[in-house]
Design a protein around this ligand. Structure first.
Ligand SMILES: [Mg+2]
Length: 141
């Protein structure tokens, strides 16, 4: 009961997921505006927001995007062996969260497949679009 209201642990890749690198400056800015609104809503709902990225400048990028304050943890390790290693580290930081409440978003299908093998609900994100759920309803149709 009320599983829809359960706290979720959301784990995002940075490049081409939160930060769109292959779109026009206008589209990037519009996306980030929607992203801030959506993240604000997730935080108000009590969700835990994290990043798992090989980009060692992830914090700076998130700061430039004016979203860094939404994140409970930013795992940015360019020397990490694998994305799975980073995911394991993040899961270990929030042991009270069931694996069925974890969501992972990445544009690399290999990372998505690896995360699924851990039992994490994982979504492959289109790099030109980013996270589909951040778009306002008016913009999706
Ligand atoms: Mg990426």
């Amino acid at each position: 009961m009320a599983s829809a209201n359960k706290t979720r642990l959301l784990i995002f890749d940075l490049d081409n997921v939160l930060s769109l690198l292959r779109v026009s400056p206008a589209k990037k800015a519009a996306y980030e505006t929607n992203l801030r609104t959506w993240m604000q809503e997730r935080k108000q709902r009590g969700d835990i927001l994290t990043v798992a990225s090989f980009n060692h400048q992830a914090r700076e990028v998130l700061s430039d995007m004016r979203v860094v304050h939404f994140f409970d943890h930013v795992e940015a390790d360019c020397k990490a062996d694998s994305k799975v290693f980073m995911l394991g580290k993040i899961l270990g930081m929030f042991p009270h969260v069931d694996v069925e409440s974890v969501r992972f978003y990445d544009d690399d299908i290999d990372h998505v497949t690896a995360a699924r093998s851990l039992g994490i609900q994982s979504f492959c994100v289109a790099p030109m679009t980013g996270l589909p759920m951040v778009y306002k309803k008016d913009d999706t149709e």
